[in-house]
Design a protein around this ligand. Sequence first.
Ligand code: B12
Ligand code: SF4
Length: 356
Amino acid sequence: MAHIALISLYDTVALGIRYLSAYLKQQGHQVTVIYLKQYEVLMKADFPDEPVLDEVNVGLCSRGEIAYCYPRRISDPEWKLLINLIRERKCDLVGLSLTTKFINTAIALTRRVQQELGLKVIWGGVEPTVNPEYDIQFADFICVGEGEEALAELLQALDKKEDVTGIQNIWVRGEEQVYRNELRPLIQDLDRLPFPDFEPTDKFEISYDGIWPREDRDCWDDFLFSTSRGCPYKCTFCVHNVLHKMYQGQRYVRRHSIDYALSILHTAKDRYHVKKIHFWDDIFSIHKEWLKVFLPRYKVEIGLPYWAYVYPQQCDKKHLRPPEERRRCGGAHGDSERERGSPSEAVCARLRVKWY
Ligand code: B12
Ligand code: SF4
Protein backbone atom coordinates (compact mmCIF):
# COMPACT_ATOMS: atom_id res chain seq x y z
CA MET A 1 0.00 0.00 0.00
CA ALA A 2 1.10 3.60 -0.53
CA HIS A 3 2.53 6.00 2.05
CA ILE A 4 1.47 9.65 1.94
CA ALA A 5 2.78 12.62 3.94
CA LEU A 6 -0.16 14.91 4.66
CA ILE A 7 1.03 18.43 5.47
CA SER A 8 -1.09 20.97 7.25
CA LEU A 9 0.09 24.55 6.72
CA TYR A 10 -0.17 26.75 9.79
CA ASP A 11 -3.06 24.74 11.17
CA THR A 12 -2.97 22.22 14.00
CA VAL A 13 -6.76 21.83 14.05
CA ALA A 14 -6.72 20.44 10.51
CA LEU A 15 -10.04 18.63 10.50
CA GLY A 16 -9.83 17.91 6.78
CA ILE A 17 -6.51 16.11 7.22
CA ARG A 18 -7.85 14.17 10.20
CA TYR A 19 -10.76 12.88 8.10
CA LEU A 20 -8.42 11.97 5.25
CA SER A 21 -5.92 10.26 7.50
CA ALA A 22 -8.59 8.13 9.19
CA TYR A 23 -10.13 7.13 5.86
CA LEU A 24 -6.81 6.28 4.19
CA LYS A 25 -5.66 4.20 7.17
CA GLN A 26 -8.98 2.34 7.06
CA GLN A 27 -8.20 1.54 3.40
CA GLY A 28 -4.80 0.15 4.42
CA HIS A 29 -2.56 3.06 3.41
CA GLN A 30 0.19 4.53 5.56
CA VAL A 31 -0.09 8.16 6.60
CA THR A 32 2.42 10.56 8.14
CA VAL A 33 0.86 13.83 9.29
CA ILE A 34 3.07 16.92 9.45
CA TYR A 35 1.89 20.15 11.06
CA LEU A 36 4.12 22.75 9.49
CA LYS A 37 4.20 25.81 11.77
CA GLN A 38 1.70 26.93 14.34
CA TYR A 39 -0.93 29.45 13.29
CA GLU A 40 0.56 31.96 15.62
CA VAL A 41 0.22 35.56 14.55
CA LEU A 42 2.47 38.42 15.54
CA MET A 43 1.65 42.09 15.73
CA LYS A 44 4.24 43.57 13.45
CA ALA A 45 4.50 46.61 15.70
CA ASP A 46 5.45 44.37 18.65
CA PHE A 47 8.07 42.33 16.75
CA PRO A 48 9.65 44.74 14.25
CA ASP A 49 12.64 42.45 13.51
CA GLU A 50 10.81 39.15 13.14
CA PRO A 51 10.86 37.69 9.57
CA VAL A 52 7.20 37.27 8.68
CA LEU A 53 5.08 36.08 5.77
CA ASP A 54 3.66 38.47 3.20
CA GLU A 55 0.19 37.12 3.88
CA VAL A 56 -1.26 39.62 6.26
CA ASN A 57 -4.03 38.93 8.73
CA VAL A 58 -6.10 41.91 9.79
CA GLY A 59 -8.06 41.78 13.01
CA LEU A 60 -8.87 43.43 16.28
CA CYS A 61 -6.28 43.10 19.02
CA SER A 62 -7.18 42.86 22.69
CA ARG A 63 -6.48 46.58 23.06
CA GLY A 64 -9.32 47.15 20.59
CA GLU A 65 -7.02 48.55 17.87
CA ILE A 66 -6.91 47.33 14.30
CA ALA A 67 -3.98 44.92 14.20
CA TYR A 68 -1.93 43.74 11.24
CA CYS A 69 -0.66 40.31 12.13
CA TYR A 70 1.78 38.13 10.27
CA PRO A 71 2.49 34.42 10.64
CA ARG A 72 6.21 33.67 11.07
CA ARG A 73 8.07 32.55 7.96
CA ILE A 74 9.38 29.01 7.60
CA SER A 75 13.06 29.23 8.52
CA ASP A 76 15.93 27.46 6.72
CA PRO A 77 16.34 24.87 9.52
CA GLU A 78 12.60 24.18 9.34
CA TRP A 79 12.72 23.64 5.56
CA LYS A 80 15.59 21.16 6.06
CA LEU A 81 13.74 19.33 8.83
CA LEU A 82 10.69 19.00 6.60
CA ILE A 83 12.59 17.61 3.62
CA ASN A 84 14.57 15.19 5.82
CA LEU A 85 11.43 13.97 7.56
CA ILE A 86 9.66 13.15 4.28
CA ARG A 87 12.82 11.41 3.05
CA GLU A 88 13.29 9.40 6.25
CA ARG A 89 9.64 8.36 6.36
CA LYS A 90 10.01 7.06 2.76
CA CYS A 91 6.76 8.66 1.59
CA ASP A 92 5.53 7.97 -1.95
CA LEU A 93 3.44 11.11 -2.31
CA VAL A 94 3.10 14.46 -0.53
CA GLY A 95 -0.32 15.99 0.12
CA LEU A 96 -0.80 19.62 1.11
CA SER A 97 -3.94 21.03 2.67
CA LEU A 98 -4.31 24.75 2.18
CA THR A 99 -6.45 27.82 2.36
CA THR A 100 -5.88 30.71 -0.03
CA LYS A 101 -3.96 32.62 2.59
CA PHE A 102 -1.01 30.23 2.31
CA ILE A 103 -0.78 29.87 -1.46
CA ASN A 104 2.74 31.36 -1.69
CA THR A 105 4.05 29.03 1.00
CA ALA A 106 2.41 26.10 -0.79
CA ILE A 107 4.11 27.01 -4.07
CA ALA A 108 7.52 27.25 -2.38
CA LEU A 109 7.00 23.98 -0.53
CA THR A 110 5.85 22.15 -3.65
CA ARG A 111 8.90 23.27 -5.64
CA ARG A 112 11.24 22.10 -2.89
CA VAL A 113 9.59 18.68 -2.61
CA GLN A 114 9.57 18.21 -6.38
CA GLN A 115 13.17 19.34 -6.83
CA GLU A 116 14.86 18.01 -3.69
CA LEU A 117 12.96 14.72 -3.30
CA GLY A 118 11.64 14.08 -6.82
CA LEU A 119 8.20 13.36 -5.35
CA LYS A 120 4.82 14.39 -6.71
CA VAL A 121 2.62 16.75 -4.73
CA ILE A 122 -1.16 16.85 -4.46
CA TRP A 123 -3.00 19.93 -3.19
CA GLY A 124 -6.39 19.76 -1.49
CA GLY A 125 -8.58 21.98 0.68
CA VAL A 126 -10.51 25.16 0.07
CA GLU A 127 -7.92 26.94 -2.11
CA PRO A 128 -7.51 24.29 -4.83
CA THR A 129 -11.23 23.55 -4.69
CA VAL A 130 -12.08 27.10 -5.73
CA ASN A 131 -8.95 27.88 -7.82
CA PRO A 132 -7.93 24.61 -9.51
CA GLU A 133 -7.07 26.23 -12.84
CA TYR A 134 -4.43 28.45 -11.23
CA ASP A 135 -3.14 25.88 -8.75
CA ILE A 136 -2.55 23.07 -11.25
CA GLN A 137 0.34 25.12 -12.65
CA PHE A 138 2.27 24.23 -9.49
CA ALA A 139 0.90 20.97 -8.07
CA ASP A 140 1.09 17.62 -9.88
CA PHE A 141 -2.42 16.76 -8.74
CA ILE A 142 -5.30 18.84 -7.41
CA CYS A 143 -8.17 17.50 -5.36
CA VAL A 144 -11.33 19.50 -6.01
CA GLY A 145 -13.85 19.07 -3.18
CA GLU A 146 -14.07 16.18 -0.75
CA GLY A 147 -10.90 14.14 -0.61
CA GLU A 148 -11.53 10.88 1.20
CA GLU A 149 -12.56 8.61 -1.66
CA ALA A 150 -10.64 10.49 -4.36
CA LEU A 151 -7.31 10.34 -2.53
CA ALA A 152 -7.78 6.68 -1.61
CA GLU A 153 -8.38 5.87 -5.29
CA LEU A 154 -5.34 7.87 -6.34
CA LEU A 155 -3.09 6.14 -3.81
CA GLN A 156 -4.36 2.76 -4.86
CA ALA A 157 -3.73 3.52 -8.54
CA LEU A 158 -0.23 4.85 -7.80
CA ASP A 159 0.51 1.79 -5.70
CA LYS A 160 -0.58 -0.57 -8.44
CA LYS A 161 1.07 1.60 -11.13
CA GLU A 162 -2.29 2.02 -12.87
CA ASP A 163 -3.55 4.97 -14.89
CA VAL A 164 -4.28 7.98 -12.65
CA THR A 165 -5.72 10.34 -15.23
CA GLY A 166 -9.42 9.52 -14.82
CA ILE A 167 -10.21 9.76 -11.11
CA GLN A 168 -13.25 11.87 -10.17
CA ASN A 169 -12.35 15.03 -8.17
CA ILE A 170 -8.67 14.73 -9.16
CA TRP A 171 -7.03 17.01 -11.71
CA VAL A 172 -3.74 15.78 -13.13
CA ARG A 173 -0.97 17.83 -14.75
CA GLY A 174 0.19 15.49 -17.50
CA GLU A 175 3.16 16.05 -19.84
CA GLU A 176 0.96 17.40 -22.62
CA GLN A 177 -2.34 18.24 -21.06
CA VAL A 178 -4.21 18.79 -17.83
CA TYR A 179 -6.79 16.12 -17.03
CA ARG A 180 -9.74 17.94 -15.45
CA ASN A 181 -11.89 15.13 -14.14
CA GLU A 182 -15.50 15.57 -13.18
CA LEU A 183 -16.73 15.99 -9.63
CA ARG A 184 -17.86 12.93 -7.73
CA PRO A 185 -21.19 13.30 -5.90
CA LEU A 186 -20.98 14.71 -2.38
CA ILE A 187 -20.78 12.15 0.40
CA GLN A 188 -24.44 12.12 1.43
CA ASP A 189 -24.18 9.69 4.31
CA LEU A 190 -21.52 11.25 6.56
CA ASP A 191 -21.89 8.32 8.97
CA ARG A 192 -19.90 6.23 6.45
CA LEU A 193 -16.78 8.18 7.43
CA PRO A 194 -14.53 6.88 10.18
CA PHE A 195 -13.78 8.79 13.37
CA PRO A 196 -11.33 11.63 12.46
CA ASP A 197 -7.73 10.78 13.37
CA PHE A 198 -6.78 12.10 16.83
CA GLU A 199 -4.38 9.25 17.58
CA PRO A 200 -0.97 10.26 18.97
CA THR A 201 1.09 8.32 16.42
CA ASP A 202 2.80 9.12 13.10
CA LYS A 203 2.35 12.86 13.60
CA PHE A 204 5.05 15.49 13.71
CA GLU A 205 5.19 19.19 14.29
CA ILE A 206 7.81 21.47 12.79
CA SER A 207 8.09 24.94 14.29
CA TYR A 208 10.42 27.13 16.34
CA ASP A 209 13.36 25.66 14.35
CA GLY A 210 12.64 22.21 15.77
CA ILE A 211 10.75 18.99 15.15
CA TRP A 212 8.95 16.70 17.56
CA PRO A 213 6.37 13.93 17.54
CA ARG A 214 3.02 15.58 18.04
CA GLU A 215 0.69 13.66 20.29
CA ASP A 216 -2.28 15.95 19.71
CA ARG A 217 -3.08 16.02 23.41
CA ASP A 218 -4.06 19.70 23.23
CA CYS A 219 -6.82 18.67 20.82
CA TRP A 220 -8.07 16.28 23.47
CA ASP A 221 -8.60 19.07 25.99
CA ASP A 222 -10.60 21.06 23.47
CA PHE A 223 -12.01 18.32 21.28
CA LEU A 224 -12.72 19.41 17.71
CA PHE A 225 -15.53 17.96 15.71
CA SER A 226 -18.09 18.92 13.08
CA THR A 227 -21.54 17.34 13.01
CA SER A 228 -22.28 18.66 9.50
CA ARG A 229 -20.84 19.65 6.14
CA GLY A 230 -22.13 22.63 4.16
CA CYS A 231 -24.09 25.77 4.93
CA PRO A 232 -27.58 26.67 3.66
CA TYR A 233 -26.57 30.30 3.00
CA LYS A 234 -24.56 31.77 0.14
CA CYS A 235 -22.90 34.90 1.49
CA THR A 236 -20.96 36.42 -1.38
CA PHE A 237 -17.65 36.56 0.50
CA CYS A 238 -17.78 32.94 1.64
CA VAL A 239 -16.61 29.70 0.09
CA HIS A 240 -20.14 28.29 0.26
CA ASN A 241 -21.22 30.72 -2.43
CA VAL A 242 -18.89 28.94 -4.88
CA LEU A 243 -19.58 25.45 -3.56
CA HIS A 244 -23.36 25.81 -3.87
CA LYS A 245 -22.88 26.51 -7.59
CA MET A 246 -20.48 23.58 -8.00
CA TYR A 247 -22.89 21.16 -6.36
CA GLN A 248 -26.16 22.49 -7.80
CA GLY A 249 -28.91 19.86 -7.73
CA GLN A 250 -27.37 17.90 -4.83
CA ARG A 251 -28.29 18.04 -1.16
CA TYR A 252 -25.52 20.34 -0.03
CA VAL A 253 -25.98 20.55 3.75
CA ARG A 254 -25.47 17.16 5.32
CA ARG A 255 -25.39 16.16 8.95
CA HIS A 256 -24.28 13.13 10.91
CA SER A 257 -27.02 11.17 12.59
CA ILE A 258 -27.48 11.98 16.25
CA ASP A 259 -26.34 8.50 17.25
CA TYR A 260 -23.14 8.83 15.22
CA ALA A 261 -22.35 12.31 16.59
CA LEU A 262 -22.90 11.16 20.15
CA SER A 263 -20.90 7.97 19.65
CA ILE A 264 -17.91 10.04 18.49
CA LEU A 265 -18.27 12.29 21.52
CA HIS A 266 -18.58 9.29 23.83
CA THR A 267 -15.40 7.84 22.37
CA ALA A 268 -13.65 11.20 22.77
CA LYS A 269 -14.75 11.38 26.38
CA ASP A 270 -13.83 7.82 27.29
CA ARG A 271 -10.64 7.48 25.27
CA TYR A 272 -9.16 10.96 25.36
CA HIS A 273 -10.81 12.36 28.51
CA VAL A 274 -11.72 15.55 26.69
CA LYS A 275 -12.73 18.60 28.72
CA LYS A 276 -14.61 20.75 26.25
CA ILE A 277 -16.09 20.33 22.78
CA HIS A 278 -15.54 22.68 19.85
CA PHE A 279 -18.17 22.14 17.18
CA TRP A 280 -16.66 23.50 13.98
CA ASP A 281 -19.89 23.23 11.95
CA ASP A 282 -20.24 26.31 9.76
CA ILE A 283 -23.56 26.88 11.51
CA PHE A 284 -24.36 24.59 14.37
CA SER A 285 -27.83 26.10 14.88
CA ILE A 286 -29.34 24.80 11.62
CA HIS A 287 -31.78 21.83 11.64
CA LYS A 288 -33.92 22.75 14.62
CA GLU A 289 -35.51 19.29 14.76
CA TRP A 290 -32.06 17.69 14.95
CA LEU A 291 -31.04 20.02 17.76
CA LYS A 292 -34.26 19.41 19.64
CA VAL A 293 -33.30 15.75 19.99
CA PHE A 294 -29.52 16.16 20.12
CA LEU A 295 -29.18 18.81 22.82
CA PRO A 296 -31.07 17.09 25.65
CA ARG A 297 -29.23 13.85 24.88
CA TYR A 298 -25.92 15.72 24.77
CA LYS A 299 -26.61 17.24 28.15
CA VAL A 300 -27.34 13.89 29.77
CA GLU A 301 -24.83 11.69 27.93
CA ILE A 302 -21.86 14.04 27.39
CA GLY A 303 -22.51 17.06 29.61
CA LEU A 304 -19.29 18.90 28.73
CA PRO A 305 -19.11 22.64 28.01
CA TYR A 306 -19.17 23.30 24.30
CA TRP A 307 -18.59 26.06 21.81
CA ALA A 308 -20.19 26.48 18.38
CA TYR A 309 -20.88 28.97 15.60
CA VAL A 310 -24.51 30.03 15.39
CA TYR A 311 -26.50 32.21 13.03
CA PRO A 312 -27.99 35.28 14.77
CA GLN A 313 -31.51 34.97 13.38
CA GLN A 314 -31.68 31.35 14.47
CA CYS A 315 -30.95 32.12 18.11
CA ASP A 316 -33.69 32.50 20.63
CA LYS A 317 -34.29 31.50 24.21
CA LYS A 318 -34.68 27.87 23.17
CA HIS A 319 -31.13 27.76 21.84
CA LEU A 320 -29.26 30.00 24.22
CA ARG A 321 -29.53 28.54 27.67
CA PRO A 322 -29.41 30.61 30.85
CA PRO A 323 -25.86 31.22 32.11
CA GLU A 324 -26.18 28.92 35.12
CA GLU A 325 -27.19 26.04 32.84
CA ARG A 326 -24.58 26.98 30.28
CA ARG A 327 -21.89 26.64 32.87
CA ARG A 328 -22.92 23.05 33.36
CA CYS A 329 -23.05 21.81 29.80
CA GLY A 330 -22.63 24.75 27.43
CA GLY A 331 -25.19 26.80 25.58
CA ALA A 332 -25.17 27.59 21.90
CA HIS A 333 -22.14 29.77 22.52
CA GLY A 334 -20.28 28.69 25.60
CA ASP A 335 -17.85 31.59 25.52
CA SER A 336 -20.38 34.38 25.53
CA GLU A 337 -20.01 35.13 29.20
CA ARG A 338 -16.31 35.71 28.92
CA GLU A 339 -16.97 38.05 26.04
CA ARG A 340 -19.23 40.47 27.86
CA GLY A 341 -18.20 43.97 27.00
CA SER A 342 -15.92 42.77 24.21
CA PRO A 343 -16.17 43.90 20.58
CA SER A 344 -17.85 40.59 19.70
CA GLU A 345 -20.65 41.26 22.15
CA ALA A 346 -21.15 44.66 20.56
CA VAL A 347 -21.43 42.99 17.15
CA CYS A 348 -23.95 40.50 18.50
CA ALA A 349 -25.94 43.31 20.06
CA ARG A 350 -26.07 45.04 16.69
CA LEU A 351 -27.33 41.82 15.16
CA ARG A 352 -30.02 41.74 17.85
CA VAL A 353 -28.84 38.49 19.37
CA LYS A 354 -29.88 38.21 22.98
CA TRP A 355 -27.58 36.39 25.37
CA TYR A 356 -29.37 34.72 28.22
C1 B12 B 1 -12.88 25.19 11.28
C2 B12 B 1 -12.31 26.28 10.41
C3 B12 B 1 -11.13 26.90 10.83
C4 B12 B 1 -10.37 26.45 12.09
C5 B12 B 1 -9.71 25.11 11.84
C6 B12 B 1 -9.22 24.92 10.41
C7 B12 B 1 -9.34 23.49 9.90
N1 B12 B 1 -8.73 23.27 8.78
O1 B12 B 1 -9.92 22.61 10.46
C8 B12 B 1 -9.37 27.61 12.30
C9 B12 B 1 -9.91 28.53 13.38
C10 B12 B 1 -7.96 27.21 12.68
C11 B12 B 1 -9.44 28.34 10.97
C12 B12 B 1 -8.50 29.28 10.61
C13 B12 B 1 -8.55 29.98 9.41
N2 B12 B 1 -9.55 29.98 8.52
CO1 B12 B 1 -11.03 28.75 8.60
N3 B12 B 1 -12.52 27.61 8.48
C14 B12 B 1 -12.94 26.64 9.21
C15 B12 B 1 -14.25 26.05 8.60
C16 B12 B 1 -15.43 26.70 9.31
C17 B12 B 1 -14.39 24.55 8.60
C18 B12 B 1 -13.17 23.78 8.08
C19 B12 B 1 -13.44 22.32 8.22
O2 B12 B 1 -13.23 21.74 9.24
N4 B12 B 1 -13.99 21.69 7.20
C20 B12 B 1 -14.34 20.28 7.26
C21 B12 B 1 -13.32 19.47 6.48
C22 B12 B 1 -13.73 18.01 6.47
O3 B12 B 1 -13.33 19.97 5.16
P1 B12 B 1 -12.02 20.53 4.43
O4 B12 B 1 -11.07 21.10 5.39
O5 B12 B 1 -12.45 21.32 3.28
O6 B12 B 1 -11.33 19.17 3.91
C23 B12 B 1 -11.89 18.35 2.90
C24 B12 B 1 -11.50 18.76 1.46
O7 B12 B 1 -11.21 20.13 1.33
C25 B12 B 1 -10.34 17.88 1.12
N5 B12 B 1 -8.99 18.25 1.54
C26 B12 B 1 -8.57 19.06 2.50
N6 B12 B 1 -7.23 19.05 2.59
C27 B12 B 1 -6.77 18.19 1.68
C28 B12 B 1 -5.48 17.77 1.35
C29 B12 B 1 -5.30 16.84 0.34
C30 B12 B 1 -3.92 16.38 -0.01
C31 B12 B 1 -6.43 16.31 -0.37
C32 B12 B 1 -6.24 15.34 -1.45
C33 B12 B 1 -7.72 16.73 -0.04
C34 B12 B 1 -7.88 17.66 0.98
O8 B12 B 1 -10.68 16.65 1.80
C35 B12 B 1 -11.24 16.99 3.08
C36 B12 B 1 -12.20 15.91 3.47
O9 B12 B 1 -13.24 15.77 2.52
C37 B12 B 1 -14.11 26.56 7.12
C38 B12 B 1 -15.39 26.67 6.35
C39 B12 B 1 -15.58 25.42 5.52
N7 B12 B 1 -16.72 24.85 5.60
O10 B12 B 1 -14.69 24.98 4.80
C40 B12 B 1 -13.35 27.87 7.31
C41 B12 B 1 -12.44 28.36 6.20
C42 B12 B 1 -11.62 27.20 5.68
N8 B12 B 1 -11.53 29.27 6.87
C43 B12 B 1 -11.18 30.30 6.15
C44 B12 B 1 -10.23 31.27 6.54
C45 B12 B 1 -10.15 32.53 5.69
C46 B12 B 1 -9.40 31.05 7.65
C47 B12 B 1 -8.23 31.92 8.10
C48 B12 B 1 -7.36 32.45 6.98
C49 B12 B 1 -8.81 33.01 8.99
C50 B12 B 1 -7.81 34.07 9.39
N9 B12 B 1 -7.87 35.22 8.76
O11 B12 B 1 -7.01 33.83 10.26
C51 B12 B 1 -7.45 30.91 8.99
C52 B12 B 1 -6.45 30.11 8.11
C53 B12 B 1 -5.84 28.97 8.82
C54 B12 B 1 -4.97 28.17 7.90
N10 B12 B 1 -3.87 27.73 8.42
O12 B12 B 1 -5.22 27.96 6.75
C55 B12 B 1 -11.90 30.32 4.82
C56 B12 B 1 -10.91 29.95 3.71
C57 B12 B 1 -11.23 30.65 2.42
C58 B12 B 1 -10.19 30.37 1.39
N11 B12 B 1 -10.44 30.81 0.19
O13 B12 B 1 -9.19 29.75 1.60
C59 B12 B 1 -13.06 29.25 5.07
C60 B12 B 1 -13.45 28.43 3.84
C61 B12 B 1 -14.28 30.04 5.58
C62 B12 B 1 -14.95 30.94 4.58
N12 B12 B 1 -15.70 31.85 5.07
O14 B12 B 1 -14.90 30.94 3.42
N13 B12 B 1 -10.49 27.94 10.22
S1 SF4 C 1 -23.67 32.04 6.95
FE1 SF4 C 1 -21.46 31.96 7.40
S2 SF4 C 1 -20.76 29.94 6.68
FE2 SF4 C 1 -22.80 30.30 5.78
S3 SF4 C 1 -22.42 31.23 3.76
FE3 SF4 C 1 -22.64 32.94 5.20
S4 SF4 C 1 -20.55 33.40 5.93
FE4 SF4 C 1 -20.51 31.36 4.96
